[in-house]
Every structure is written in structure tokens, then in C-alpha cells.
Design a binder for this molecule. Structure first.
Ligand code: NDP
Length: 309
């Protein structure tokens, strides 16, 4: 018997097992607290499992992270030495791109100004700007970043992207490496943060780097709060050096009720839901990677703990 063990406090076991079972007829799928024989467990599908979770599963061959972000996983010191893969699902990328598009268009079309004017019963005509005149910088051109950058380019924005290694994406001006970052920030009227949280990106957007952004720019963070120095961001939003922010992720989640960001007119807060794993489409990819391991083939969408993503 071969078992896939499932662990998540956020995702539905019923939904995932109903979708995976027909694709994995020779695999028993069960919750972590229902595993009868730990030695039959060869596969794990897990989101933020507790410390020591992997220890009983000595025959584990593949760990599937039930999400795209792996920062909570790769830093652990109890990881088994087996391939780790992440979800890399086009439906999840489309949902993320939808959020980014919404947030960018909201600023590009001056919607916050109209929301304020409406509250004041004031007819406030602002002539729409051409999208090509608005420079949108996307930090991180991975599965989610590249998809969002392409959607933004389709809307006619002047899209630029920054990644670790050089990239070529149609219609997007791509730059790479730490030395390119300051100039990149200086030419982003709207900055979208789509980097993974790693030792290299932790605190990357500190006070000095935030000061490089054009005065009055907008910042959208959909990746991880700790990439941005939150007190420095708050101060820059208070002074107007950064004009607006849309924040889906924070240093501490839930964002504490007394945090200054809650009360700021120029900040839109959402509770970490820019995108979620979508079982209907992602289950195919989970099953595919399990079949690959069974056939002794290389897995797709592998995560490298030493690199951090
Ligand atoms: P990927 O791992 O596919 O891509 C990461 C991108 O960031 C790559 O382009 C990579 O460069 C670049 N990068 C990594 N480190 C550096 C660095 N030091 N300097 C410059 N560029 C760097 O990630 P995804 O696109 O799939 O996801 C991004 C993040 O979004 C996730 O890590 C997760 O934290 C977050 N997320 C948030 C959700 C939400 O609801 N808010 C939902 C899902 C994910 P290169 O291409 O050269 O490797």
C-alpha cells in the first residue's frame, strides 16, 4: 500500500482527496491523524505542517507544498532530504494577476480620488492618463510575477520587470541582479512586489530603497510582508513620499488592530488572499508529480531550500 498524507489547517481535505483519488487509484489518501501505517507514506501534500511532522514518514519520496510560497517551509531544520515541489498552477497565477491588475488600474485610473470626491458629493474630473505613460515595475518574474507582468503589458502599461537571473519576456523591459535595483525603483510609478521571501529578499525594500521610488508613487505588495520594512513604508506613506499602497501581506498577520496602516486613507488593506490554491486545476499537477516519482522521472516545479525558493 502507498499512502499520500495530507496536512493543512486552511485547505479542504475532502476537496483535495475527491480530486486526487481518481488520478491516483493506487494511492490511499488520508489526513495526517488517520495514517494507519507510517511506513506506507511515500507522498505528502502539506501546508505549514507542525514541527516534527515528517519524522514518522521514513519512506517519504516527495513533499508537495500546498501553495506557491515556500518561505515557511525551506527555513525548517526538520525537512527530509527528498525532492520538494510547490504548486505552480495557471489558475492560481490568473487569480493573482487579477488582483494585481485591479490594484494597478485603481491607481492608474485615479479611483481613490473619485472615491474621496464621491464621499464629498463633489464632481471631480481628472482626465484619464494614457497607460503607456505609466511605468509599472514588477519585482519578481516567476510563475506569478511573469503572468501578472504580461497582463499589465496587455493593458498598455510601460511594464518593467526585475529578477535574479536575466529574463526575456515579450513587451516587458527586463533587468536583473542587485546592481539594477536602485535604477529600477527610481523608474517605477507603480511598484508591484512579487518576490519570494528569502534571506536575500528579507528587508530588501528598506527605508533607503523606498526613498529611491518616485515621489507620490504607489506600492502594491502581494508576496510577503517582511520583504518591505513596514515601519519605513508607514512613514513614507504618512509623509506622502509614497502616495498610495495596496497591501495584502504584512510583517505580522493578522495585522494588529492598533497598527497605523489601518487608519490611513491612502492605504488599501486586504487579508492575505490575493491568490489561493485552486484544487480543481492544481490537483492534476500534484498527481503528475507523484506519477513522475513513481516512474523515476524528474519532478516539475522543484523548490531548492538552499536558494530559498
Ligand atoms: P517564483 O519562485 O516562481 O519566482 C520568484 C521570482 O523572484 C523569480 O523571478 C526570481 O528570479 C525572483 N527572485 C528571487 N530572489 C530574488 C532576488 N534575490 N533578487 C531578484 N529577484 C529574485 O515565485 P512566484 O512568482 O510563484 O510567487 C512569488 C511569491 O508570491 C511567492 O513566493 C509567495 O510568497 C507569494 N504569494 C502570495 C500569495 C498571496 O495570496 N498574497 C499567493 C501565492 C504566492 P529568477 O527568475 O531569476 O529565479
Amino acid at each position: 500500500m502507498t499512502t499520500l498524507v495530507f496536512y493543512s489547517e486552511f485547505d479542504s481535505f475532502e476537496a483535495w482527496s475527491a480530486l486526487l483519488a481518481p488520478q491516483l487509484p493506487d494511492v490511499t489518501i488520508c489526513r495526517a491523524d488517520q495514517v494507519a501505517d507510517a511506513d506506507s507514506v511515500q507522498f505528502a501534500l502539506a501546508w505549514k505542517p507542525p514541527r516534527g511532522f515528517f519524522a514518522p514518514y521514513r519512506q517519504l519520496k516527495l513533499l508537495v507544498n500546498l501553495g506557491a510560497g515556500v518561505d515557511s517551509l525551506v527555513g525548517r531544520d526538520d525537512l527530509p532530504d527528498i525532492p520538494i515541489v510547490r504548486l505552480s498552477d495557471p489558475d492560481m497565477a490568473r487569480m493573482m494577476a487579477g488582483y494585481v491588475l485591479f490594484a494597478v488600474l485603481r491607481y492608474a485610473r485615479d479611483i481613490p480620488a473619485f472615491e474621496r470626491a464621491q464621499r464629498e458629493r463633489r464632481w471631480h474630473y481628472l482626465h484619464p492618463r494614457e497607460p503607456a505613460s505609466i511605468r509599472v515595475g514588477v519585482l519578481g518574474l516567476g510563475e506569478l510575477g511573469a503572468y501578472a507582468a504580461r497582463e499589465l503589458a496587455r493593458q498598455g502599461f510601460d511594464v518593467r520587470g526585475w529578477s535574479r537571473s536575466p529574463k526575456a519576456l515579450d513587451g516587458i523591459h527586463c533587468v536583473s541582479g542587485a546592481q539594477a535595483l536602485d535604477a529600477f525603483l527610481g523608474s517605477s510609478d507603480i511598484l508591484v512586489v512579487m518576490l519570494p521571501l528569502t534571506p536575500e529578499t528579507h528587508g530588501l525594500l528598506d527605508a533607503q530603497r523606498l526613498a529611491r521610488l518616485p515621489p507620490g508613487c504607489a506600492l502594491i505588495n502581494v508576496s510577503r510582508g517582511a520583504i518591505v520594512d513596514q515601519p519605513a513604508l508607514t512613514a513614507a506613506l504618512q509623509s506622502g513620499q509614497i502616495g498610495h499602497a495596496t497591501l495584502d501581506v504584512f510583517d505580522r498577520e493578522p495585522l494588529p488592530p492598533d497598527d497605523a496602516l489601518w487608519g490611513m486613507e491612502n492605504v488599501l488593506i486586504t487579508p492575505h488572499l490575493a491568490s489561493v490554491a485552486i484544487p480543481a486545476s492544481a490537483a492534476r499537477q500534484v498527481a503528475d508529480n507523484i506519477h513522475r516519482v513513481m516512474r523515476g522521472e524528474p519532478v516539475l516545479n522543484q523548490v531548492f531550500p538552499a536558494r530559498g525558493y
